[in-house]
Design a protein around this ligand. Structure first.
Ligand code: BTN
Length: 335
């Protein structure tokens, strides 16, 4: 099994400890000698790492001779901080943190093949090739959004895996609403919208035998503190900050999301798919009575949503009166 701190590119455990030490003593000057002692590295390493943190956008003030302090506690998702908040929980035991990686889904997939345990969490401050659905790219500006992937090893058949995506959608929906106090829309199967614009999305990937899932990874992206977006998505994307007019702690949001997901996941394993389907139908404005346009790749048609099947697939009553089940494809609201 991989070592949580030895995977190439993960944040060095001692670098994270430096950040935690500075964060817990924010605005207090700590001497380089004390830092070196507490985290077990030389003073010159402390100096090099402080430079590194500065390059990564952390506002560390002071100098080698006088000591260092943080002007402001940075909103960085260090494993130590997360572990502390998720004590005794499944998601919080094995945390992989990257300042920069290509995609947390790519990393989690690799960990899955290497035998990593259920409950591992992969986090990045920035993704250079964040993956979206349908081969799209997921815009992943440094420090502005939540980019997280969870590794699960449920005893399920592959056909039940989409229910996990829906479960993650429900958890993200609840976390966003609790964090902002505003309402968000949950679109089948997993888009999160605010004011009709996309604020979050989920990309599930898995490795399975015909009748048994080996592992599933659930990648969740939530636009949190972005002020603006690149031109190609600026008309369709939004962030919690843009909607609520204030910035949000990504750590708080993440803790809400993981706590919510853990309790939902356990209920799903106990109670089965009906729990997810019932909750989704209750939370999603989209699941019933919405006029939609469905694009399957083979055809495009219009109809009205008519609830979910027991596997969580969307029923659509077509204009010709026939009711179909949407397995894959893009479903959008038709006006
Ligand atoms: C979508 O297109 O709606 C799904 C977006 C999923 C983005 C997240 S960000 C964290 C994880 N890592 C990835 O590369 N993608 C997912």
């Amino acid at each position: 099994m991989p070592q949580a701190s030895s995977l190439p590119g993960t944040t060095d455990r001692r670098l994270a400890a430096l950040l935690t030490l500075l964060s817990e003593n924010a605005t207090i000057v700590i001497s380089g000698a004390r830092i070196a002692r507490e985290i077990g590295v030389s003073r010159s390493t402390v100096w090099r790492w402080v430079e590194r943190l500065r390059e990564l956008g952390v506002r560390v003030k002071g100098q080698q001779s006088a000591g260092y302090f943080l002007e402001k506690v940075p909103d960085i998702l260090t494993p130590d901080l997360l572990r502390k908040r998720m004590k005794g929980k499944l998601f919080g035991k094995r945390v992989y943190h990257f300042f920069k990686t290509d995609s947390t889904n790519r990393v989690a997939m690799e960990l899955g093949y290497a035998g990593e345990l259920e409950g591992a969490v992969v986090l990045a401050e920035e993704q250079t090739a964040g993956r979206g659905r349908a081969g799209r790219n997921w815009h992943s500006e440094r420090g502005a959004g939540l980019y997280v992937t969870l590794l699960l090893r449920p005893r399920l058949s592959p056909v039940q895996a989409p229910l996990l995506t829906m479960l993650a959608g429900l958890s993200a929906h609840a976390a966003i609403e609790a964090q902002t106090g505003l309402s968000a829309e949950l679109k089948w199967p997993n888009d999160l919208l605010m004011s009709g614009r996309k604020v979050g999305g989920i990309l599930t990937e898995m490795h399975a035998e015909p009748t048994q899932v080996r592992f599933v990874i659930i990648g969740i992206g939530i636009n949190t503190n972005q002020e603006k977006f690149p031109a190609d998505i600026s008309a369709t994307a939004t962030s919690l900050r843009r909607e609520s007019g204030r910035t949000h702690s990504r750590l708080e949001l993440l803790v809400r999301l993981l706590t919510e997901f853990e309790s939902d996941y356990n209920r799903f394993l106990r109670e089965g798919s009906s729990y997810v389907v019932k909750r989704f139908e209750a939370a999603s404005y989209f699941a019933n009575g919405k006029r939609v346009r469905v694009e399957t790749g083979h055809e495009t048609y219009f109809g009205t949503t008519a609830g979910l099947t027991s596997e969580g697939l969307l029923r659509v009553k077509r204009e010709d009166g026939e009711t179909t089940t949407v397995i894959a494809g893009d479903v959008t609201e038709a006006r």
